[in-house]
Design a binder for this molecule. Sequence first.
Ligand code: GUN
Length: 290
Amino acid sequence: MEPKLIDGRAISAAVKADVARDVTEFTQQTGVIPGLAVIIVGDDPASCVYVRNKCRACRETGIASFEIALPKETTEEVLLREIDTLNRRADVHGILVQLPLPRHIREEVVLRAISPDKDVDGFHPVNMGFLLSGRPRFAPCTPAGVMELLDRCGISVDGMHCVVIGRSNIVGKPMAQLLLARNATVTVCHSHTEDLPFYTRSADLLVAAVGKPRFVCADMVKDGAVVIDVGINRLSEGLCGDVDFATVSAKASAITPVPGGVGPMTIAMLMKNTLLAARLLACPPVEPRA
Ligand code: GUN
């Protein structure tokens, strides 16, 4: 069976084109230009590339971007003051602090300082709570990007057994919640799981978010499964995912490549979340009464 290659580059371009159209309409109707502030602390090369790409996507979609680059010695207190200023700015609707942060800064404290209304990463406990309650507001961009890929490829997870390998707050946990909200049966596996292949072989849809190059091999995958590779591993020979694409693609009914699969979707979903933040701040929904 020839596997269907899920083209994240084409789909992310389509999502960004939709966002650009909706931003134009929103700005015409309200006079408001959605704005995203991106804070980077230090000069980690990979993080610098991500931030540059995020600002470029803003330009492509008509969103204003504000890049705030702080030196790696920045104290937690100074970073929190910067976030407080951005929380109050009317022209900033989304705030993103690029992770990882230098070790002397507590990530949890910083993420909690971002106003939940501007938390386009969806990492604030309030937004994680909305996700857990089945009413996601800002869903974290990478797992939201996976759902968008599945939707635009016409793959419904309703009733499927979906296995997620990885339990991070950024990918694994929110991924499981988004799949559950679509009526999938979800298993979350992680580094302490005994007999991982037992679970992965029963997956109709397998999401690999492990952080280990080519970790998922063909004998861990059921014939005809949908395989989503969230891994981005930098090797001397180039980028590679968490899935051994060469062997797994022979068994899968659909599969994402690395690069060009899930990766480009993260930024497209960030643009979508920023427009949503601007919409919600411009016209807050009326909360239904109990
Ligand atoms: N670093 C790696 N992925 C992400 C992400 O989705 N958001 C932020 N803020 N930092 C990251």
